[in-house]
Design a protein around this ligand. Structure first.
Ligand SMILES: *[C@@H]1O[C@H](CO)[C@@H](O)[C@H](O)[C@H]1NC(C)=O
Ligand SMILES: *[C@@H]1O[C@H](CO)[C@@H](O)[C@H](O)[C@H]1NC(C)=O
Ligand SMILES: *[C@@H]1O[C@H](CO)[C@@H](O)[C@H](O)[C@H]1NC(C)=O
Ligand SMILES: *[C@@H]1O[C@H](CO)[C@@H](O)[C@H](O)[C@H]1NC(C)=O
Length: 369
């Protein structure tokens, strides 16, 4: 068993360098061209900048859904725009509700995101949705010190996830004080169901839960907790949920109950620097590369009540890198990968190909607007 994990340290690095990049097909390449520069000039009115006194969106009910994307460094990663277009069109096509899309990122990237949003609305002929932009340059200032320290504690490699940005959900309840709940989505998804059904799952949270997460569907945490399993009596860390273990979480889809994050003493304690450091030492958890999902996976090892177990069908991860590298035991791999429920959201993580229907949306011509 140990041998699989040694081999997968390398795979982990590969995974990190691949992760947020949707595969480049012809459609994507045309979109990449379109979304490299903002169509509209950077009008400041588009920003919600100061959120303190913003109006409250009607997010308590199922008829209005708030969705959050973190969207940044689009200039360095031309495939982000096409990935977002695919995610948004699929989501809007099946939505029975009005959606507010909140984009959090550098000023340049969120303006590109807004262009993508408007194109997706046009492509799906939908109405009633709105877009809100937040600039991280200013919003993150008060949390820079905290996030910088978290990053230095939880970044074993020099991959993409070394940036503070990948830990942003730890403070998102402070960044969006005007929202009560939000669904955070990655930009490499294909949404095959009505997002209102996802929103409805907030009602299933146990009283102490602050967020909903699906399990990580590759043996990432089997490997990350191998030292802890070897040294401690706890045989459950990183082991498949199907045999009673703590499999770890994936953050491609997160239901965030921001209000509970703001008021939960358990969450506040679990995420303060001193507790994170102590927990990390206790679990010998130093092999980490995946940003916030490493932290929630670690916290979930002992404070599971903070997390609502989102059914795997809402974040069906398609990456099979641990298996295709041919080093990981296939049967063990399948214990992590299996998800028998009908898929609601496909997640093309590590560049995995999405279902064919994900590539069939109508596209605007790349050089017109
Ligand atoms: C778009 O929606 C409008 C109004 O709902 C409708 O009249 C029109 O036929 C739709 N167009 C397409 C291409 O679906
Ligand atoms: C969506 O918003 C429009 C107004 O923009 C409103 O007329 C409509 O009833 C809303 N739909 C739902 C499902 O709430
Ligand atoms: C989503 O929308 C597509 C296209 O309109 C439709 O074929 C499909 O049945 C919808 N799926 C669900 C789960 O509503
Ligand atoms: C904070 O969390 C740690 C780790 O779970 C736990 O040992 C400690 O008792 C908690 N402290 C408080 C005040 O809840």
């Amino acid at each position: 068993m140990r041998a699989y994990c040694l081999a997968t340290i390398f795979i982990n690095l590969l995974l990190v360098s691949w992760l947020p990049q949707p595969r480049a097909d012809e459609t994507s390449r045309r979109h990449a061209l379109r979304y490299l520069t903002p169509a509209a000039s950077a009008d400041r009115d588009a920003f919600v900048g100061d959120t303190s006194a913003s109006r409250r969106s009607g997010d308590a009910d199922v008829r209005h859904v708030n969705v959050l994307f973190t969207f940044t460094n689009v200039q360095q990663n031309a495939m982000l725009g096409p990935g977002l277009m695919r995610t948004l069109t699929s989501m809007l096509r099946n939505a029975s509700v009005n959606i507010s899309c909140h984009f959090l990122g550098d000023a340049y990237s969120v303006i590109v995101a807004r262009d993508v949003f408007h194109d997706a609305v046009k492509a799906t002929n939908s109405t009633g949705h709105e877009v809100r932009l937040y600039r991280t340059e200013t919003l993150l200032e008060p949390y820079a010190d905290y996030l910088g320290k978290v990053r230095s504690m939880f970044s074993a490699s020099r991959g993409k996830f070394n940036r503070d940005f990948f830990f942003i959900t730890l403070v998102v309840h402070r960044l969006l004080p005007h929202l009560r709940r939000v669904i955070k989505l990655d930009s490499d998804l294909y949404v095959a169901a009505d997002v209102a059904r996802l929103q409805a799952l907030f009602a299933d949270f146990e009283p102490e839960a602050v967020m909903g997460l699906s399990v990580e569907q590759q043996p990432v945490y089997y490997c990350a907790f191998r030292n802890y399993r070897a040294h401690a009596q706890d045989e459950r860390a990183g082991v498949p949920a199907s045999i009673g273990g703590h499999q770890g979480y994936n953050t491609g889809v997160i239901l965030l109950d921001l209000e509970r994050m703001r008021t939960s003493a358990t969450y506040a304690n679990a995420t303060q620097l001193a507790t994170l450091a102590a927990t990390q030492r206790r679990f010998l958890f130093f092999d980490n590369h995946l940003g916030d999902q490493d932290i929630y996976s670690m916290i979930g090892m002992e404070t599971q009540q903070l997390f609502y177990p989102l059914p795997c069908q809402w974040n069906r991860q398609l990456c099979t890198r641990y298996r295709t590298a041919k080093k990981f035991n296939r049967n063990l791999f399948m214990e992590y990968y299996a998800c028998a429920e009908p898929v609601m959201i496909y997640h093309g993580n590590c560049g995995a190909r999405l279902p064919r229907k994900a590539y069939t949306y109508h596209m605007p011509h790349p050089l017109t607007s």
